[in-house]
Write a protein that binds this ligand. Structure first.
Ligand code: SF4
Ligand code: SF4
Length: 412
């Protein structure tokens, strides 16, 4: 990809930080909130049920979505259509002998292969959709996903065994003909038995479509797909522990400081922020995700899910806020920076004025959600957010169009 705009040589877009360390593990949540939408609860899971780490709570009907397990000792305090709430027992109140031991599943030593292995992995709580893609070449994306999110770097140095185990299981799925690992150029990463390709660690090369373009020098080549290293690490962790997936890794980034934390699934954002000693001031904004693609949180009682990449704190007054009704001044900066050469200027206008269908003629589907258009917009228009709105509206429309119309039954 040629440099289209000189902000991309800005050091803030470099995706390496060099602060390699083990993930911080000390955080003990007080409460958990586990997302249970579309899951089927087990019959004996109800309010006041005691739970223990690894206990199966709910199953998902899709083979691509991991089942739900309790990550801690505690008691279910409430269940609604969206969430299971757990009060976590403090360590001095836990009597582990009162609970059954979770049986370990030694996936690497087993004969499981193909769909049987995918099913076993799903039952251990791992989402298999991107890990089990059917393709010729599957690239494990080892770049930090965006500026200020830094766990990929640690995984490539401190968690090589997990990555190796994850890739071994993916090979046994038998769905991709070849699995390769993309790493930042100059990092001297080695994983036995895995072909490594080096990529310039510069945002937005970490986005799957652009990563593949970097490797193949082609746009959307046939037979190529990518999976994030976070997913592969999760699979490798399950492979090495033999236990269900109960935790995730996230980066907390504030005031030039970043650290990676291993946290129980369903932990509450506010509890973690308190644990990290970050002092939030009036007017600060917390983004779920990084500064380019993150979404601002309206409440601190939101939970951390397996897909959460991190939290980024924007201090009051450091970045001018976006204005939904700010007028486009036609400067063209968003078009110059867009890596897929679509027209974010027009796409944001169509969404602003509810002309979602018009987005089709501007190839909205080619947007890779990098957020560079919003970043450069001098008028501070929420360009990416407008495009996301259009994408969501058009998907809804397409889903509605597929529904079979209900024909009223005649009284005769
Ligand atoms: S978010 Fe989409 S429209 Fe905006 S610059 Fe990135 S690819 Fe282009
Ligand atoms: S960068 Fe902002 S102001 Fe400039 S053309 Fe794009 S949307 Fe309009």
């Amino acid at each position: 990809m040629k440099r289209r705009f000189n902000i991309l040589s800005d050091p803030r877009f470099r995706l390496v930080y060099g602060n390699i360390c083990r993930f911080r593990e000390g955080f003990k949540p007080k409460k958990l909130r586990l997302n249970r939408e579309q899951f089927t609860l087990l019959p004996d899971i109800k309010k006041k049920t005691p739970v223990y780490p690894g206990m199966l709570l709910a199953e998902h009907p899709s083979l691509e979505k991991g089942d739900l397990h309790a990550p801690v000792y505690g008691v279910i305090s409430d269940i609604n259509v969206r969430s299971i709430f757990i009060d976590v027992l403090p360590d001095d109140k836990v009597d582990a002998s009162a609970f059954p031991e979770v049986e370990r599943v030694e996936l690497l030593d087993s004969d499981l292969r193909g769909e049987d292995l995918v099913l076993a992995v799903k039952k251990l709580g791992v989402n298999t959709r991107s890990l089990g893609q059917r393709t010729k070449t599957l690239v494990v994306n080892g770049l930090n996903p965006e500026p200020n999110i830094t766990w990929a770097e640690d995984m490539l140095v401190e968690y090589v065994d997990e990555i190796k185990a994850g890739i071994e299981l993916m090979r046994r799925f038998g769905r991709a003909e070849e699995i390769i690992l993309a790493v930042p150029k100059g990092g001297e990463v080695k994983v036995d038995g895995v072909r490594i390709v080096e990529v310039e660690p510069e945002y937005p090369n970490s986005i799957s479509e652009l990563l593949i373009k970097q490797i193949t020098k082609k746009e959307n080549p046939e037979g190529w797909a990518a999976v994030g290293i976070h997913n592969v690490w999760s699979l490798g962790r399950v492979a090495l522990t033999g236990l269900p997936l109960m935790e995730t890794v996230i980066t907390v980034s504030v005031d030039e400081h970043r650290a990676n934390y291993l946290v129980a699934n369903g932990s509450i954002v506010g509890d973690l922020i308190e644990y990290t000693n970050v002092t939030l001031k009036n007017g600060d904004t917390i983004l779920r995700g990084g500064p380019l693609r993150g979404e601002s949180l309206d409440q601190l009682d939101r939970s951390i899910t397996k897909g959460t990449q991190g939290f980024f704190v924007v201090r009051k007054g450091t970045i001018p806020p976006m204005e939904g009704d700010s007028i486009c001044v036609n400067c063209g900066a968003c078009m110059l920076v867009c890596p897929t050469r679509i027209d974010p200027r027009m796409l944001s206008r169509y969404a602003e004025f509810n002309k979602y269908g018009m987005s089709r003629k501007e190839n909205f589907h080619l947007c890779v959600d990098c957020g560079l258009c919003s970043y450069v917009c001098i008028a501070r228009r929420p360009v990416l957010q407008y495009i996301r709105l259009a994408v969501s509206k058009l998907r809804q429309e397409e889903a509605m169009a597929k529904l079979t119309p209900i024909v009223p039954v005649s009284k005769d």
